[in-house]
Each structure stands twice: as C-alpha cells, then as structure tokens.
Design a binder for this molecule. Structure first.
Ligand code: SF4
Ligand code: SF4
Length: 335
C-alpha cells in the first residue's frame, strides 16, 4: 500500500479504513508503510521511562500554536533553514520550477514550489531538507528495536505522536501490534479527532493515551484549530468508558483558552468521565515558532506569551477542585 492510501484510510470521518475489521496483524502486517517526519530517541518527557517518540505525518487540525507545523501535511514538506545556508546557490539550478531566487540569500516562492525536494538533494550543507519519509512497519521496528535495552532499564517504550497519529490509522495499528508482539510499552498521543472505529481497532494495543483537550467552546475551537470539538469530546467519552488509560492534556494558552470559564468547563466535563488517569496542563511556549518561516507559513499567535507560574497554578487549582488528579507539568515535551 502506498503512503497516500495508508493515510487516506485512517483520516477523519473514515469508518476505520481497510483492515480495521480484520484486526491487527491481519490486513497488511509489517509491509504496511507510513509517512514519518521524525524519530526522537531517548525522549524522557513523552511518558514513563526512556522512550522513542515516533512522529507521524498528517493532521486534520491546524492549531494556531502547533509546534510541529511540518507534521500537519500528509506529504513530504520542504524546510529551509537560512542559518545553515553557505551560499553555494546549487538550489537555484536544481529547481525545475524556477521557484528559488537570490536576494541577499536563498528565497523560495512557496506558491510555485511543489515540494519535489530536488533543491534539498542538491543542498550539501543541509539548509534545505525534505521532511517526511516513507517507512514500512518492519523498517520502523528495526529502528525501534535498537532502543529496547533502554526501555528494559527504565520502564520506557514507544510514543506515537505527530501530526495526528490516528491519521495513518492502519500504519499506526500495525506498528502498535508489532510493538506489543515484542512486549514494548505503547503510548498514543492524539488530538482525538479521528473515526471512533480507528480508536476501537487500536484499543488493545495501547497502554496509555495522551489525549488533547484544547477548548470547550465549539466556536472558538473551530476558530483556533479549524475543526469542531464534537468528535473529540465524543471519542473521549467513549474511550474513557472502555477503561483505557488516559491522561488528558490541556495546552494553556494565554488569551485563547486560559480563562476561568474554559478551565472550569473543561474540568467539569472531565470530572464526569468514567475513568481518567490524570490531567496535565501544557503551558504555551514558543518552541517551533521559527519553523513557520522555514516552511513558508505565517505563525498566527505572534504576540503571545508564556503563562506565568501563578497562572498555571491557578488553573491547576481549578482542575483539582473538581477532584481530578492533576499531573504537574514537566517542561520539555516534544509536542
Ligand atoms: S522543492 Fe520547491 S524549491 Fe525545491 S526544487 Fe522542488 S519546486 Fe524547487
Ligand atoms: S493537533 Fe497537534 S499536530 Fe495537529 S495541528 Fe494541533 S498541535 Fe499541530
């Protein structure tokens, strides 16, 4: 199966895609391929122990504060880091579309660029890079298996993140299945915006869900993420009723969702769920902002700031007031 087929099958609104009904290991097995934009080894902030964080491409949301904008699109994405450019100008000749010009440095016309990656292949210093590679489950597992000794020592495992990992549901499911076959602890870090059938199909293969809850007001949710929150809230209710282990993570973004009304509304909703392992606030930070210019996109929260310690503690106190287990945030998360 091509990566495009794989991604389409698991996308939002799909009934689960090919292979869901057949269950893990039945439909495609280790030959199923997916599009990955990063693999971070020795991650210590993405769940218990030392972990390998695997970042899958494609996301149905477009959050204004997203730290991984290069992970939103489902296809490989050209990234240009001006600080690495050594002015060799090989990119200009390499581009078949004439999308690169020189004006005190290499400039890309992002409207004309079709992300073919030829400039990246010609760029010796690596200033231009095509982010996103297609891997089979078997290839991914070869990378993951190198880290097994660290999992064994630390109680770690693999965290699947993105983008939205459920966007490539079949690839995710087969990768999870391969991890469980090897006794590896698994986490899925999700926005919750995916067909319920996809969640059902991975349930027995996931040790812990990290589940984002961004905004309770649907109009604001639509404005800041480009999608309604209805499916996300519905899936969270259903997931919780299965007894799955879930930590809900709320990004705390001044001026967007840090008002008392939203925090109370969120905590009230969460307090009614049948089961929940914890709630963690994820204070807004500016890591990732520079990536926007490097992929030709505009960052829309330009004038924002990090919440203060007092603001974080005040929000945590509101959540704790609803008798929810609050997990103190550890700085350094990758998403
Ligand atoms: S990725 Fe874009 S800028 Fe680079 S060679 Fe292809 S069309 Fe030109
Ligand atoms: S859900 Fe996550 S990956 Fe998707 S746009 Fe929002 S922050 Fe980015």
């Amino acid at each position: 199966m091509t990566s495009v087929d794989t991604m389409t099958s698991g996308g939002p609104g799909a009934s689960g895609g090919p292979g869901v009904s057949g269950g893990p290991g039945v439909s495609g097995g280790p030959s199923v391929s997916g599009m990955i934009f990063d693999i971070k080894r020795y991650a210590i902030h993405d769940g218990p122990g030392i972990r390998t964080a695997v970042f899958l491409k494609g996301c149905p949301l477009k959050c204004w504060w997203c730290h991984n904008p290069e992970g939103q699109g489902s296809q490989p994405q050209l990234l240009f880091r001006a600080n690495r450019c050594k002015a060799f100008k090989a990119c200009i000749d390499a581009c078949p579309r004439g999308a690169i010009r020189w004006e005190n440095g290499s400039l890309t016309d992002w409207e004309t660029c079709d992300q073919c990656g030829k400039c990246a292949a010609a760029c010796y210093p690596g200033a231009r890079e095509l982010v996103g590679r297609c891997l089979s489950v078997a290839e991914l597992m070869r990378e993951i298996e190198r880290d097994v000794p660290f999992y064994d020592q630390s109680g770690g495992g693999v965290t699947f993140s993105g983008g939205e990992p459920m966007f490539q549901c079949e690839f995710l499911r087969e990768s999870l299945y391969a991890c469980k076959e090897r006794g590896i602890h698994t986490i899925v870090d999700t926005s919750g915006h995916a067909a319920w059938g996809g969640f059902e199909s991975i349930l027995p293969l996931v040790d812990l869900f990290l589940y984002d809850l961004k905004l309770m007001d649907d109009t604001k949710h639509l404005k800041y993420t480009s999608v309604s929150n209805r499916l996300i809230l519905d899936n969270l209710r259903k997931l919780s009723s299965t007894g799955a282990h879930i930590i809900v993570r709320i990004p705390l973004i001044p001026g967007v969702n840090d008002d008392r009304e939203n925090i109370e509304h969120s905590a009230n909703f969460l307090s009614k769920l049948p089961s929940l392992d914890g709630v963690e606030l994820m204070p807004y930070h500016e890591i990732g902002v520079a990536k926007y210019a490097s992929i030709g996109k505009k960052y829309r929260l330009e004038s924002n700031r990090m919440p203060t310690r007092e603001e974080i503690e005040a929000a945590e106190a509101i959540i704790a007031g609803f008798h929810l287990p609050v997990i103190n945030h550890q700085p350094g998360r990758t998403k």
